[in-house]
Design a protein. Structure first.
Length: 190
């Protein structure tokens, strides 16, 4: 998981709502990503919008995943996420997949990385895979898009998570420092 510093995150603002993770929720950007090199810049743009326009303490989600399966550390899981829709994110581990999956297909790398993130969360926060839902299951929205939601509603994503868990501990290790920054620079260079 690429540390916040590696993708150029601003510091989180003080505050937010401390919570205990009890469930997992899948989101999408709802904006076509285009080339994967756009992903780190999109996260920076999201964070600016969420902090400066919405007034939130940080980017809304806990983990982000780009088309190539790179995993980004976003908001600390100790603080509840934010949403522009009508559901309470308290207790939710929020995973954002970059792209608009009403228009774009989901890559195998992105789907696998989402499964890894959810398997890690299942182990780390001691929650059941049955708690996995899509944003549309909780609010009036099409998020996470038809093409991504199909993997959730069919049970495919949950099966992938359970298969990873059956293989033993899932380690979503943080990658920080110059090496992680070089990884992000390589992503942005295409």
């Amino acid at each position: 998981m690429l540390c916040r510093d590696a993708w150029g995150a601003r510091p989180a603002r003080a505050g937010g709502k401390p919570h205990t993770i009890t469930r997992m929720t899948l989101h999408h950007e709802a904006v076509v990503l285009g080339d994967n090199r756009n992903a780190p810049g999109r996260l920076r743009q999201d964070q600016r919008y969420h902090q400066d326009t919405k007034g939130w303490v940080d980017i809304a989600y806990h983990v982000g995943i780009d088309r190539d399966g790179n995993v980004y550390e976003l908001r600390t899981p100790a603080i509840a996420g934010d949403t522009a829709t009508d559901y309470d994110t308290t207790g939710h581990f929020l995973v954002l997949c970059e792209g608009d999956f009403d228009q774009e297909a989901v890559s195998e790398a992105q789907l696998h990385a989402a499964a890894v993130a959810f398997a890690w969360a299942t182990q780390t926060f001691h929650i059941a895979t049955d708690s996995l839902a899509g944003h549309r299951d909780l609010a009036q929205t099409s998020c996470p898009g038809a093409n991504l939601y199909a993997h959730l509603s069919s049970g495919d994503l949950k099966r992938r998570v359970n298969d990873l868990l059956a293989g033993g501990p899932v380690n979503l290790q943080r990658a920080c420092g110059p090496e992680a920054a070089a990884t992000v620079a390589a992503i942005e260079a295409g």
